[in-house]
Design a protein around this ligand. Structure first.
Ligand code: SAM
Length: 162
């Protein structure tokens, strides 16, 4: 498969999975976290499908023009290693859903990130909450769920916080 085909399949998987998330949070009050703003594509999609629910975005180097950035109150700038747990400690609302799209394509860096991030998410996501991740997060307390039909095995990952 060419890298172009692989990229397109990744985006299709992302959209399919993100489109299931309104059902995952329905009927509960709480926050959505988007880890990795990048070009803002998935944040914008989440915004569109989640109506007025608050989505807080984490990014170490926001590089979008100001009119494309989240509101300052919903953008946490800095390395996740320093920002994520302190934010969760003061959020005052349950974290119901996290979408993590942080991979840089270097297998060693991505594996190290997944190993660090999984336990943090297991601590901060509310029981019964969900994590969608581009990286596998083999972590006690995050139970892997089956992916919706149409997403290739291993292309994206869905977990439920026990
Ligand atoms: N989901 C985005 C979109 O649809 O446009 C793409 C995200 S891009 C693949 C990954 C982003 O994660 C990059 O902007 C990078 O700067 C950010 N990132 C990676 N590791 C990070 C970390 N440890 N702390 C904060 N941001 C990080």
């Amino acid at each position: 498969m060419s890298r172009l085909d692989s990229f397109i399949r990744r985006l299709e998987a992302q959209r399919l999975l993100l489109n299931t998330t309104p059902d995952l949070v329905a009927g509960r009050d709480g926050l959505i976290l988007e880890l990795g703003l990048g070009n803002g594509r998935t944040w914008d999609h989440l915004r569109e499908i989640h109506g007025g629910r608050r989505i807080v975005v984490f990014e170490r180097r926001p590089s979008l023009p100001p009119h494309r950035l989240p509101a300052a109150s919903d953008l946490v700038v800095g390395d996740l290693g320093e920002t994520l747990e302190p934010f969760a400690a003061r959020a005052g609302e349950p974290i119901l859903l996290v979408h993590s799209d942080l991979g840089c394509g270097d297998p060693a860096i991505d594996a190290a990130l997944g190993a660090w991030l999984g336990p943090v998410l297991a601590r901060i996501v509310a029981p019964g909450g969900h994590v969608i991740s581009d990286q596998p997060l083999a972590t006690p307390g995050l139970d892997p769920l089956e992916l919706p039909e149409g997403i290739g095995q291993g292309r994206y990952h869905l977990y439920r916080r026990a």
